[in-house]
Ligand binder design. Structure first.
Ligand SMILES: Cc1cc2nc3c(=O)[nH]c(=O)nc-3n(C[C@H](O)[C@H](O)[C@H](O)COP(=O)(O)OP(=O)(O)OC[C@H]3O[C@@H](n4cnc5c(N)ncnc54)[C@H](O)[C@@H]3O)c2cc1C
Length: 396
């Protein structure tokens, strides 16, 4: 792969940089270097306002087709956008699942009517989505989904419970994997429905996380309804669509991660030098390990980019990337505690109030979740073992 940028690509990068300079002002100036997954230091309302600001500049879903409000950006431009964004210390993004998951799914599997109805409001920041996959008895084993939907004339009637539904309380719509053929089992007989959240049949109960935030929720569907034509793909064939959505979960945005990980590691190195922790050989060893692993991740990312840029589709090898980055960042959280020592455990809390954490404390606690969502460590290892290395399947 040629890593030299063309003139047009350099212009694109300058455009991103300039736009961010011009728009991270006023109320948004204060958001620099804050926010992001697991960082509850920016309220959801502010994050949504920033998503809408990005949308006003046409920066949501830049890879989407222009006919639906996107920019048709190339992979290199997408990577440049995410890198430049992080370099500018622009606010950590809300996990905007309309942009990252549902939108690409509709482009791949939706009808033209569904694309035209739903993609433009996603890219303009008017409508937000949440992902209704996991249930108390269906996480890694998603095929065990028990939420049911029945077609009743012109509408589907949905009953059941979802859990860990991120940002459900701020979402207008949910894409719900549910069972529409009661006699079918496992992967068969599932459908992928688009369900409005603002209706009497939907109840949302926030779950308080270890960081003190309430990013995810339980969602109960009790005679909730949606229009008959709001099923993506064929009724009963939702498994295929649901897996298609997961394939989008590790898209180009994760490539900007490399830059933010580097910023975090640099800050940690500076702190270790300043407070003397770097003089401890055990800590120094771990810092060196983190540095080397980050370089390896960078090369692995470039290798994946090369495959995609050459027109290929990264397959189960993507699991290697997920396994490596999630464990790396979790270890970095532990290293942040080790570098700071006992002081890392001190939190400020008024009587009866939720404690407030600083960003390193939040990283330490929240990064425990990285190795669970989007496929746990064990599931990634199963995929790598079975589909990359060709080892025998695990016994069922
Ligand atoms: C921060 C966060 C946000 C999330 N957001 C959403 C969301 O928006 N929408 C949504 O639908 N879900 C969401 N999830 C849920 C997430 O997808 C599930 O937590 C994940 O799929 C694991 O399922 P589970 O929690 O039921 O654990 P389980 O599947 O019950 O797993 C428990 C343990 O068993 C291991 N295990 C399971 N099966 C196997 C196997 N075959 N071989 C070896 N080990 C195995 C797992 O690795 C894990 O260690 C979120 C989770 C987190 C942590």
């Amino acid at each position: 792969m040629d890593f030299d940028l063309t003139l047009a690509e350099r212009d694109f990068r300058d455009e991103v940089r300039t736009w961010l300079e011009e728009h991270l002002v006023g109320d948004f100036a204060d958001l620099r270097g804050r926010g992001g997954t697991g960082q509850d230091d920016i309220g959801a309302e502010q994050q949504i306002a920033w998503e809408r600001e990005l949308a006003s500049g046409g920066w949501l879903g830049i890879d989407f087709p222009a006919r639906l409000g996107g920019r048709d950006c190339s992979l290199v431009e997408q990577v440049l956008f995410h890198q430049t964004y992080v370099e500018a210390r622009a606010p950590g993004r809300l996990p905007n699942m309309g942009v990252t998951l549902l939108g690409p799914t509709l482009v791949a599997y939706g009808t033209p009517e569904q694309q035209e109805r739903f993609v433009p409001p996603i890219l303009s920041g008017e409508e937000f989505w949440c992902q209704g996959y996991s249930e108390p008895n269906a996480g890694s084993d998603l095929a065990n989904v028990g939420t049911k939907a029945v077609l009743d004339g012109e509408r589907w009637v949905v009953n059941g419970q979802k859990i860990w539904t991120s940002l459900a309380q701020h979402s207008d719509w949910c894409f719900v994997v549910c069972r529409t053929e009661p006699d079918a089992t496992r992967h068969a007989g599932l459908s992928y429905l688009l369900v409005p959240m603002d209706q009497p049949g939907v109840e949302i109960r926030p779950i308080v996380q270890i960081t003190g935030g309430t990013e995810f929720n339980e969602v109960f569907f009790n005679q909730a309804v949606t229009d008959a034509d709001l099923v993506v793909g064929q009724p009963g064939r939702g498994w295929e669509v649901a897996m298609g959505t997961l394939a989008f979960e590790r898209g180009a945005s994760t490539l900007g991660q490399q830059t933010s990980f580097r910023q975090e590691l640099d800050a940690l190195l500076a702190e270790a030098r300043a407070n003397g922790a770097a003089d401890n050989p055990a800590v120094r060893q771990e810092l060196a390990r983190a540095y080397a692993a980050l370089e390896i991740m960078r090369y692995n990312n470039l290798r994946m980019l090369t495959v995609v840029d050459a027109g290929g589709v990264p397959g189960p090898e993507m699991s290697i990337g997920k396994l490596v980055w999630s464990n790396w960042h979790r270890s970095l959280g532990e290293l942040m505690v080790a570098v700071r020592g006992a002081g890392a455990m001190a939190v400020a809390a008024e009587e009866g109030e939720v404690y407030s954490l600083d960003s390193w404390q939040r990283t330490f606690l929240y990064s425990r979740a990285h190795t669970i969502y989007a496929g746990s460590n064990e599931i990634q290892r199963n995929i790598i073992g079975e589909r990359v290395l060709g080892l025998p399947r695990e016994p069922r």
